[in-house]
Design a protein around this ligand. Sequence first.
Ligand code: HEC
Ligand code: HEC
Length: 328
Amino acid sequence: MKKKLLFLSFISVGLLGFIIGALAIEPIVPAKELNLAQVELGKKLYFDPRLSKSGFISCNSCHNLSLGGTDNLKTSIGHNWQQGPINAPTVLNSSMNIAQFWDGRAADLKAQAGGPIENPGEMASTHALAINVLESIPQYIAEFKQVFGKNKIDIDQVTQAIAEFEKTLVTPNSRFDQWLLGDKDVLSVDETAGYQLFQNSGCQACHNGPAMGGTSFQKMGVVEAYDTKNPSEGLVAVTGKDTDRFRFKVPTLRNVELTYPYFHDGEAETLTEAVDVMGRLQLARNFTPEENAKIVAFLKTLTGDQPTFVLPILPPSTDSTPKPKPFE
Ligand code: HEC
Ligand code: HEC
């Protein structure tokens, strides 16, 4: 009996250790083991608007790498100026997500990348048309052949290359990471106090891991319901389980100063508002304006080195390239 108890307590200590371990925030490390040829090709494709029907919308239109990997709009603008249904999450550090999209319906970056090209409300092309465009351009044919060793371009290669490029979009070296790695002078008194409030209030229960998010799906509105006109219901769309209603992938807090507006419906315009809502709805905490300001100051230390590279110059279309249709 005693032995059994001892065994059980070992297990629970182990479990506790595991839980605390899982909740830890780790510094961001630069991407490793990348296929550099795929990265270069993927970078071109990421910026190439010819993957859209209009010839005008690229991945970078909505995930603008000059704007923290997002569009800073409540919801995105798609083909023909269509109003998007949901806020565009950042692509920065998205390789660290357990799954992609607010409801997790794509398993990984490669599975995700094919979606927007043929989504009628986004790029509004088809995979067949996108391949026709690429195969009409000799430089693309040559580069795909060099990278994948095949004579034909297919959508699998396109999404593979884009996903490999996206893995480079990580943002190490934020002031908070420098602090985590031991440089304790790098945060101000208020910023450090903000981190303490963040930890002690329980924000880390959901915003953890290197990206401080992206590790789980959690209910929006734990202690108080979230009031929104947005019809999205989160994970239930994927699992069909009623308990998954309003459970959304916890967004990353990395670079959150750059990725406004906030929440899946884009309704929170400022960090002050987002922190206030999180405190009340997730943790039953009413932060004073001073506490809120400290947490916001802390969140602004999470901005890391943004990806830098030479803007890719895209190979020109040819006489046989299918023409863009911006107004259909
Ligand atoms: C018209 C705007 C638009 C375009 C163009 C677009 N996206 Fe998105 N992207 C979104 C929106 C909106 C979402 C969130 C959709 C959802 O969760 O239901 C999203 C989600 C994502 C995510 C998931 C991030 C996360 O944290 O879950 C990734 C990665 C991504 N897009 C990459 C791309 C790539 C690569 C391309 C180009 C092939 C692209 N996007 C084109 C608007 C766009
Ligand atoms: C129970 C889990 C949970 C807790 C605890 C929690 N969050 Fe969140 N957080 C979420 C989820 C889920 C979302 C996305 C909600 C949505 O979009 O509808 C979110 C979104 C956010 C956003 C907006 C990010 C974006 O890009 O849209 C910020 C900022 C944020 N949380 C900060 C905090 C802070 C600060 C705390 C502590 C006071 C906290 N969160 C506590 C789950 C949690």
